[in-house]
Design a protein around this ligand. Structure first.
Ligand code: AMP
Length: 273
């Protein structure tokens, strides 16, 4: 039986919890993370739904973020999730207990360059959820690659006792990475947005065949010039470091943020040279 909770009780603290943090408006990407949690039979799954104001750098983006609580509860109940945790802002962040986690230099690059304070907000809420729930493991999607990297870094540097697991990017048939934000796109916008993935693939092909990173990035960027997609950044990082200090790295990640119909979308694709 799925239980919907507003607060964390003693009982939960005595269980082995697999935590899946979300902001709701759930889709197959979120549910694939739930599946990973459920594969571990020693754990109870707990999905949190909280639209974290601290990670929005634009008020309007926060206000317009999709909400679909009834359906979310229905989906998670159908999946037999053990707990759905829907806290209030006041419960998660009592006034005297604001412990902002700073995301450092990397928190201000790539996604963080365009969204100042975003990753501080993400780390602060994830840290708070860890503190409250004391999960044994927590599961995140590779779609938010920089977020996942920074969370792993926080866990190591703060010596937190939680295993971080990751789930592959779940996509629409046309390649568009599933996202709660896709709900705000028109049908035409969804078709246009599918070019994000096809352009990533073309850029990857170019890089694999030429091994020339600068040329491949330039080629990739021109593909977007010819489309209705407004590119924010298209970059390559070393998967182990999330920077590009090691020019000889063979384990790369091609990362992108772009706007379609004024909606910010992110995606990435792994490249092994
Ligand atoms: P969000 O609700 O957008 O904060 O996302 C909650 C979790 O779901 C994060 O760990 C995301 O990386 C993950 N996620 C979102 N979209 C996808 C996707 N298409 N495939 C896999 N994981 C995803």
């Amino acid at each position: 039986m799925t239980k919907v909770l507003k607060t964390i009780n003693e009982k939960i603290l005595h269980e082995n919890i697999s935590l899946i943090p979300t902001m709701g408006a759930l889709h197959q990407g979120h549910l694939s993370l739930v599946n990973i949690g459920q594969n571990n039979k020693n754990m109870k799954t707990l999905v949190s739904i909280f639209i974290n104001r601290r990670q929005f750098n634009e008020e309007l983006d926060f206000i317009n973020y999709p909400v679909d609580l009834e359906r979310d509860i229905e989906l998670l109940t159908q999946m037999n999730v053990d707990y759905i945790f829907i806290p209030t802002e006041a419960y998660l962040f009592p006034k005297d207990l604001e412990n902002t986690v700073l995301s450092g230099k990397l928190g201000n690059l790539y996604e963080g360059l365009s969204r100042p304070g975003h990753f501080d907000g993400v780390l602060t809420v994830v840290n708070r959820l860890f503190e409250l729930i004391k999960p044994k493991e927590a599961i995140f999607g590779k779609k938010d690659a920089q977020q996942l990297f920074l969370i792993r870094k926080m866990v190591i540097s703060s010596d937190l006792n939680v295993v971080i697991k990751e789930g592959d990017i779940i996509r629409e048939l046309n390649g568009l990475a599933k996202s709660s934000r896709n709900r705000r796109l028109t049908e035409k916008g969804k078709e246009t947005a599918a070019q994000i993935f096809s352009n990533l693939q073309k850029t990857k092909e170019k890089l694999v065949s030429t091994a020339n990173i600068e040329d491949s990035l330039e080629y990739g960027r021109t593909l977007f010039d010819m489309s209705e997609i407004k590119l924010d950044y298209l970059d390559i990082v070393d998967r182990d470091k999330f920077n590009f200090d090691n020019k000889n790295s063979k384990k790369l990640l091609l990362i992108i943020a772009a706007y379609v119909e004024n909606i910010r979308l992110i995606d990435n694709i792994e490249i092994n040279l």
